[in-house]
Design a protein around this ligand. Structure first.
Ligand code: PAF
Length: 300
């Protein structure tokens, strides 16, 4: 595996592969790799001849007061894991390389509509930061295919729209969530959890599973959302949002069959997100109350 830090070296290396007619896959990451990232690399391997992974903790997608400084940086361990996963090129630029004029003067990419609400509602500017760095990486690597985790469901939707709207010739592959044995979705932020919090965190997935079962059995959405909020609060998790959307993140209506439950919760200083796809029954669900945060207990 070649580790490259500057743009010209990356372009030279990728030029060689392209001249040989090889198909290139990109796996963008912020490092602190776990099995979820390795599933992205595996998917990239299956869909291309050459795998490029980027490792860059992107300051533009962190808001003021968020965990940019605390974000785990484990470069050597990440390098070893990528090498073992048969990654061909690791691109690890510095902030100055990607943003030489500083963040203030940086051209930004804004993906409308799908960036609003959910994580975009609680983290203003977050998806502009993601869209900007991902567009930059797409431009630098010019991959044929790029792999992103389904755990960041809204991020994946934003990137799919970005690629469609800008007519980028890149196939976007969504890779299923990798979970720990107890169901917790793997995330670099899980490392912030104490042993006690790690136990509580599993209740997020379990709540989503209970909600899915109830919705698939035809329970009213209003009731299921109420029960979901109660279960999260009872567990010691503070919900940021808990919503049912259609698979394109639009509102569900009586016609919706394929849907996704999305949640973000705060556990001490740690923000956790998760989602679960489900199929709604033919009996129309009561969709009168699908507005963000409808009737969360404790919100009045
Ligand atoms: O999902 C992530 O790790 C980041 O948001 C990404 C896509 C690498 C952009 O910085």
């Amino acid at each position: 595996m070649r580790t490259l830090r500057d743009i010209q070296a990356l372009r030279d290396a990728l030029g060689e592969y392209r001249r040989r007619g090889q198909r290139i896959a990109l796996v963008p990451t912020m490092g602190n790799l776990h099995a979820g990232h390795l599933a992205l690399v595996e998917s990239a391997r299956q869909n291309a001849d050459v795998v490029v992974s980027s490792l860059f903790v992107n300051p533009m997608q962190f808001g003021p007061g968020e965990d940019l400084d605390a974000y785990p940086r484990t470069f050597e361990a990440d390098q070893i894991q990528l090498e073992a996963a048969s990654c061909d090129v690791l691109f690890a630029p510095t902030t100055t390389t990607l943003y030489p004029d500083g963040l203030e003067n940086q051209t930004r990419v804004h993906v409308p509509d799908v960036s609003q609400g959910l994580c975009g509602g609680s983290r203003p500017g977050h998806f502009d930061g993601v869209s900007t760095v991902v567009t930059m990486l797409f431009n630098l690597v010019q991959p044929d295919v790029a792999c992103f985790g389904e755990k960041d469901y809204q991020q994946l939707a934003v990137i799919r729209k970005l690629v469609r709207d800008l007519h980028l010739p890149i196939e976007i592959i969504g890779v299923p969530i990798v979970r720990a044995e107890d169901g917790l979705a793997l995330s670099s932020r899980n490392g912030y959890l104490s042993l006690e919090q790690r136990e509580i965190a599993t209740r997020l997935y379990r709540t989503l599973c209970d909600m899915r079962s109830a919705l698939e059995a035809g329970e009213s959405l209003k009731k299921v959302l109420h029960q979901g909020y109660c279960a999260l609060y009872d567990a010691g998790l503070t919900p940021d949002y808990l919503e049912l959307r259609d698979t394109l993140l639009g509102p569900v209506d009586a016609e919706t069959r394929e849907a996704v439950l999305l949640a973000a919760v705060q556990l001490g200083p740690t923000r956790l997100i998760d989602n679960l796809s489900l199929r709604l029954p033919e009996t129309p669900v009561d969709t009168t109350d699908t507005t963000p945060g409808a009737n969360p207990p404790g919100s009045q």
